[in-house]
Design a protein around this ligand. Structure first.
Ligand SMILES: Nc1ncnc2c1ncn2[C@@H]1O[C@H](COP(=O)(O)OP(=O)(O)O)[C@@H](O)[C@H]1O
Ligand SMILES: [Mg+2]
Length: 369
């Protein structure tokens, strides 16, 4: 008897939609199929426009993008099903993260906004859709993020070694999985993942990301720039903590650069890569000094310069989650399929020790087929 769920992720990198179809009926989750739909330039611009102009946002633009993304997520699901030759009736639910526009968990009135209307996804696909996972955790006093550590625990915790899972999307987050199952799982956003590197290369070259970290590899680390960037208090703040691209933004980088001499553009790319690597490595050294093994997932796994920098900074071995049977580009989509299943079963999805919530809660809103 199949137990099929779809997970959809479109993260802060604003690269596109990851949609995975998974079977939960066996002891291990089975990947049935995966479909990636890159965003068009126009959609990317619309998302960036709303994310970067929160003070002057137009309700018209917001409402239309919410609808447009709902349609795109639905289309991605239908394409995935067609590719997999599976019928919509065979899917229990879709778990959709949604597109984050703004994440502000420590404001006086804390909030986080993910859009992509689930009414539309449910209507078009005929599949029950679960979305809006983060706000229930915020309502329970948490950061609303990161939510993937519970999934990382379920997939990757081992009683033989202390493990850390690092997901390098637009923002980087990690999960600390002690071999002693009695200990709490710690997880938090370490800071920027790819977002600043993506921004910097897109303003200097005709591409949206630094393929394999090749451009960064031609530059040198600028110590004074690195020092200034690392002085940001977020990096030394204790967890629970989470952040977003509204904070580690083009504006944030521009302000830091304005106080320093002009550096070659490739040196800045290399230094931004080092910033991501050092802030991750220092978080591990501080909060998980006894780590035996590190696993990487998210698009940043493919950045060789970043991977090498992490290897130089960390003593435990580093490998892609692929060595554990999950492709690094699929971990987050699978996590939201897993969270959707939890929600449908009435099970909690957040880890209070990680998000800072007062209690574990059932996450998300259910939009019945
Ligand atoms: N081959 C590659 N080389 C370097 N970076 C890559 C590569 N493939 C993907 N990336 C990076 O990963 C990002 C997408 O990662 P992803 O895990 O989808 O993040 P998010 O969850 O924020 O959308 C891209 O924007 C890019 O920065
Ligand atoms: Mg992505």
């Amino acid at each position: 008897m199949k137990d099929y769920y779809i997970g959809i992720m479109s993260g802060t990198s604003v690269d596109g939609i990851d949609a995975g179809l998974y079977d939960f009926s066996g002891q291990n989750i089975q990947v049935i199929d995966f479909y990636y739909q890159p965003f068009t330039q126009k959609i990317k611009q619309n998302i960036h426009h709303l994310c970067r102009n929160p003070q002057s946002i137009s309700l018209l633009d917001y409402g239309q993008l919410d609808t447009q993304l709902g349609k795109l997520y639905a289309e991605a699901c239908l394409n995935l099903l067609q590719q997999a030759k599976v019928n919509a009736q065979d899917i229990k639910a879709i778990g959709n993260h949604g597109q984050t526009l703004y994440h502000s968990p420590t404001a006086q009135q804390p909030f986080t906004i993910q859009i992509g209307d689930a009414n539309i996804i449910s209507q078009i696909t005929g599949i029950t859709t679960i979305t809006d996972f983060r706000r229930r955790d915020i309502a329970a006093g948490g950061q609303g993020a990161p939510l993937v550590p519970a999934f990382h625990q379920a997939m990757f915790q081992s009683d033989r070694e202390n493990r850390v899972i690092i997901n390098i999307g637009g923002v980087a987050n990690l999960s600390i999985l002690p071999k002693d199952a009695q200990k709490d799982i710690l997880g938090f956003d370490t800071g920027p993942g790819n977002t600043l590197m993506d921004y910097w290369i897109s303003t200097h070259k005709n591409c949206t990301y630094d393929k394999n970290g090749e451009w960064a590899a031609t530059g040198n680390i600028q110590p004074e720039l690195l020092k200034q960037l690392k002085e940001e208090p977020y990096f030394s703040n204790p967890p629970p903590k989470s952040t977003g691209t509204e904070f580690f933004s083009a504006n944030w980088l521009t302000k830091k650069l304005a106080t320093l001499p002009a550096y070659p553009a490739e040196d800045i790319q290399r230094t931004l890569c080092q910033l991501t690597a050092e802030t991750i490595a220092e978080a591990i050294q501080k909060f998980a000094p006894e780590t035996d093994q590190v696993f990487l997932c998210g698009g940043g796994t493919h950045n060789h310069t970043l991977f090498k920098a992490l290897e130089q900074l960390l003593s435990p071995p580093i490998a892609s989650t692929e060595t554990q049977g999950i492709h690094p580009d699929q971990v987050e989509a699978m996590a939201f399929a897993w969270l959707a299943k939890r929600t449908l079963q009435g099970l909690t999805g957040n880890l209070p020790a990680t998000t800072g919530a007062k209690q574990a809660v059932i996450l998300g809103g259910i939009y019945q087929a």
